[in-house]
Design a protein around this ligand. Structure first.
Ligand code: BGC
Length: 461
């Protein structure tokens, strides 16, 4: 998903009201709705100065996380010491547990033998995570994962190709905050993205997964556990060695980068010795979704407060709850529901579906915002199919304007330019000194590359 953030940046250049002149209007809004939009515009608006203050605090929190344990932004050590050479090879299994899906992949890396997209071959199966699993227990989670893994391996006949003596290497992308004492170890600190599975926090997820693989007698060996951001960075660096950061703007948000060991003040001496034997660098999984958990600088609307209070972990992931994919749809739903409850929209329609928490996802928002079909027929069918609502022209217009207000899509490059002091030319999306590329299947491919580097390091390649 493209970068998104919740607030406006600068009234003159980025207000949604001004943006409207660039877009086709579906209908004029009655004055009471214009008034509501003005109120929302003000609530979601953020000045350039405020933005700079937020960035300053963000930098401080990154530094605090490197200096000490138990800070808002955790800055976790990952034991990934190198960017790839680009010549890593081999065939790997990867498991990717994200916020919405579980993906099992067989990935073949071709190294310098091939170029661009052809350097990697990927065969995958994606399973939607059942809602009840996200609130269940550890056994339910690992049984589900092991079952899908077994199913994948047996369907592809991999159980015949590999043996317990020569097992298939597995990489596990676990996209939650975890502390790592080694690359094949990861203790979950707290669930994020609405997960609330008992019996996993404070446990080594690598060990819990290994036990289930063992129970099923599968010829598979877990080599590494990684965060999706580290995977994205490594996958991108496999093709482009200039990569410096891996970032995810999905159900959750986060980034990783290669840090100098000397900058990680909190690293314990024995760890530092082990690490420096490898390299003077280590990838850091920032976990910046937890930025400003203490609410010192980030603006907090009534909708944000409600989302936080009703989440399984109130007080955590403050920044993520303001900006990530899982929550943008929910912010939108709360606003539309509020207007409906005031009798301003969807009068005399059944709004029971709209009342259901998290019934709108971010995809809905971007489809409404990007809808270029005549008379917005696409948006109309989205409303009908998902919410059982038939919007009038005014309601379509209003929905589009609320989506723009929340999702920030057209403004994020300008905001980045504002923070970094780019020229007007550079502020135009895609032309700034920072080149943003998309790492397709990055978390899976990156994980396979890290497994290849680790096997090489162990002399098992
Ligand atoms: C998790 C991160 C992850 C991010 C993106 C956050 O909720 O804490 O570990 O990288 O989501 O998936």
């Amino acid at each position: 998903m493209a970068s998104s953030a919740q607030q406006h940046v600068n009234e003159e250049s980025y207000s949604s009201r001004q943006q409207r002149s660039e877009l086709e209007n579906m209908a004029d809004l009655p004055s009471e709705l214009e008034k509501e939009l003005d109120r929302l515009d003000e609530e979601f608006w953020i000045s350039g100065d405020k933005l700079k203050q937020i960035v300053k605090r963000f930098r401080e929190e990154l530094d605090e996380g490197l200096a000490k344990h138990h800070q808002n932004i955790a800055m976790h050590q990952t034991w990934v010491h190198h960017l790839p050479s680009g010549n890593e090879r081999g065939t790997f299994l990867t498991l990717d547990l994200g916020g919405t899906n579980l993906r099992v992949c067989e990935i073949t890396l071709h190294g310098h033998e091939k170029k661009g997209k052809e350097k990697t071959e990927l065969d995958q199966k994606q399973y939607r995570l059942p809602e009840e699993l996200k609130k269940g227990d550890a056994d339910g989670l690992w049984n589900f994962i092991a079952e899908e893994l077994e199913d994948f391996v047996k369907n592809k006949g991999l159980d015949k190709q590999y043996t317990k003596e020569k097992p298939m290497p597995l990489g596990f992308t676990f996209s939650y905050p975890a502390t790592q004492a080694r690359i094949d170890h990861a203790v979950l600190k707290t669930w994020t993205k609405g997960f609330d599975i008992s019996g996993v926090e404070d446990h080594d997820v690598a060990q819990q997964l290994r036990e289930k693989i063992e129970e099923r007698n599968l010829p598979i060996e877990l080599i590494c556990v990684i965060n999706d951001t580290v995977g994205a960075m490594i996958a991108s660096a496999y093709n482009d060695p200039k990569t410096i950061i891996g970032a995810i703007f999905g159900t959750g948000c986060n980034a990783a980068y290669m840090a100098n060991l000397s900058s990680i003040g909190k690293m314990k001496e024995p760890d530092r010795r082990t690490a420096s034997a490898q390299s003077d660098k280590m990838a850091i999984n920032c976990e910046y979704g937890a930025f400003d958990n203490a609410h010192r600088v980030l603006p907090w609307t009534q909708y944000d407060k409600q989302i936080d209070a009703e989440s399984p972990r109130p007080g955590e992931q403050a920044f993520e709850k303001l900006s990530a994919g899982l929550y943008l749809g929910e912010i939108y739903r709360l606003i539309v529901l509020e207007l409906a409850d005031q009798g301003l929209v969807f009068k005399d329609q059944d709004i029971s579906k709209l009342r259901k928490s998290y019934s709108i996802d971010t995809g809905f928002l971007s489809q409404v915002e990007d809808d270029d079909s005549s008379f917005f027929t696409k948006s109309r069918s989205l409303f009908r199919d998902l919410l059982n609502l038939s919007p009038s022209d005014v309601e379509i217009e209003l929905s589009r304007r609320i989506a723009e207000l929340i999702a920030f899509k057209r403004r994020w490059a300008k905001a980045l330019g504002e923070i970094l002091g780019w020229s007007d030319e550079e502020k135009r999306e895609g032309e700034g000194p920072i080149k943003i590329t998309s790492a397709e299947d990055g978390s899976g491919i990156g994980c396979a590359i890290i497994a290849a580097m680790e096997l090489d390091r162990l002399g098992k390649a």
